[in-house]
Structures are given as structure tokens and as C-alpha cells.
Design a protein around this ligand. Structure first.
Ligand SMILES: [Mg+2]
Length: 233
């Protein structure tokens, strides 16, 4: 059994700012302040919950479930709209579709997402790029604010689905930031890092990623990395 957990932004797709635009649209609607008042947000590898927490802090607002719920609902509406705007120029990253097609149906391989996006936001993004049908489940930004807690959540969901334990050594996270690497390490999984996100190679090599690639374009190579049996040295 091999479980592959893909990050979304910077790994599978680049929404070219649609996510940030939607976050700021929702700030204007819910908090009634201009988007220019929001301090710069480092979204790479962040969870939506973590972003909301820092937004609320920066704006001096109370952080509670009611305001979080209202904000995220508003954000999701804007996200869907932004992703379908006529001027939208987001892209699927190089090699992604070829890799998905190669992986789908490989015996013993399960594919999920591990993302900071809340589940509905993840669905909007994956659907927009026609990638949603490749993934059965995963762990999302509404499961925890701390990305490092998401691995065990995904693992548990897939274990329930297959009806047996999946050892963490059989799990590979595919992600574009040092936070993906940390999140893999947090539960004993490996991380195949790709330099297709906003931070490029910055920090990824030193972070202790299992493998580091420029992108996912070399389907044969990525396939063998992701599906070969675990070699213990
Ligand atoms: Mg990412």
C-alpha cells in the first residue's frame, strides 16, 4: 500500500493570485476595511485557519468560531467567482496531468490531498482545473490550523477506507514548501519537494526533503520515485 498526499497550491496548480484576491475580498466584505490595510500575508504552505487567525490578529478582531465561519463562507464565495473570472490565468503546473493519468489505477496506490485549503476551497480549486476526480479524500485546512497535525488526519481517513493500518513509511507527501517537508516529518512520512511554488528552491534542500525536483514534468522518473517499494538501507 502506498499513500500519496498532494499539496495543491504551488504543487498541482498556480491560481495566479485568485486565492489571495478572494481572501482580501472577504476582508472587505466581512470586516469592512480596505484590502490595502491588510499586512502582507505569507500564504505558501499556510492553512486557511492559520491565515484567518493572523488576519484577525492584524485587524484587532476577536477570534471565535462565529467570525471564522462567516469569514470563510464569504471567502469561499469569492474564491469560486475569482477562479471563474474571464481574466483568470491560473494554470495546472507542468507534468501534473500526465502524472495523475499515470498514477490513477496503479494497484496499491491511493491518492489524496494534504492542503491548507479548507475542504470546500480545495474542491473549488481542484474542480476548476479538472483534477478533483483523482483524489478520494485527504486532510484540509478545516481539520487543523497547524499543518503539522494534518498528516495523521489523512492517514486515519485512508486507513478507515482500506480497513487496515498504513505505515507512515508508505506515505509520501508531494509539496512545494518547507512546511510540506515539516508536515511529512511530523508523522514519519517522506516528502517529495518540487520547486514550482512561489518560494522556488528556497530552503527546500536544507529542509531535509526526501527528494527535491524542479517540477513534476519527468513522468517516468516521478512515477518510479512515488511507486517503488520502500528500500531500507
Ligand atoms: Mg503549496
Amino acid at each position: 500500500m502506498r499513500l500519496l498526499l498532494f499539496d495543491i497550491d504551488g504543487t498541482l496548480v498556480d491560481t495566479r493570485g485568485a486565492g489571495l484576491a478572494a481572501l482580501l475580498d472577504a476582508v472587505e466584505d466581512v470586516f469592512e476595511v480596505g484590502r490595502e490595510t491588510v499586512p502582507p500575508l505569507d500564504l505558501a504552505g499556510a492553512t486557511d485557519g492559520g491565515v484567518v487567525r493572523s488576519l484577525l490578529g492584524a485587524l484587532g478582531r476577536v477570534d471565535d468560531a462565529e467570525i471564522r465561519g462567516r469569514y470563510l463562507e464569504c471567502y469561499l464565495g469569492h474564491l469560486k467567482r475569482r477562479l471563474h473570472e474571464e481574466a483568470f490565468v491560473g494554470v495546472r503546473l507542468p507534468g501534473v496531468i500526465e502524472l495523475m493519468e499515470a498514477l490513477v489505477g496503479v494497484p496499491g496506490v491511493k491518492m489524496g490531498v494534504l492542503t491548507g485549503n479548507v475542504r470546500v476551497g480545495a474542491e473549488h480549486k481542484l474542480r476548476r482545473f479538472e483534477l478533483d476526480h483523482y483524489f478520494e479524500d485527504g486532510a484540509f485546512g478545516d481539520d487543523a490550523d497547524d499543518r503539522n497535525l494534518l498528516g495523521p488526519v489523512a492517514l486515519k481517513r485512508f486507513e478507515a477506507q482500506v480497513g487496515k493500518r498504513i505505515p507512515a513509511e508508505e506515505v509520501i507527501i508531494i509539496g512545494d514548501t518547507v512546511k510540506d517537508v515539516a508536515c511529512a516529518k511530523a508523522f514519519g512520512a517522506r516528502c517529495l519537494a518540487v520547486a514550482t511554488g512561489v518560494h522556488g528552491r528556497t530552503g527546500l534542500v536544507e529542509s531535509g526533503a526526501w527528494v527535491m525536483l524542479d517540477d513534476l514534468q519527468d513522468t517516468a522518473k516521478v512515477m518510479s520515485l512515488l511507486t517503488e517499494p520502500r528500500v531500507t538501507i
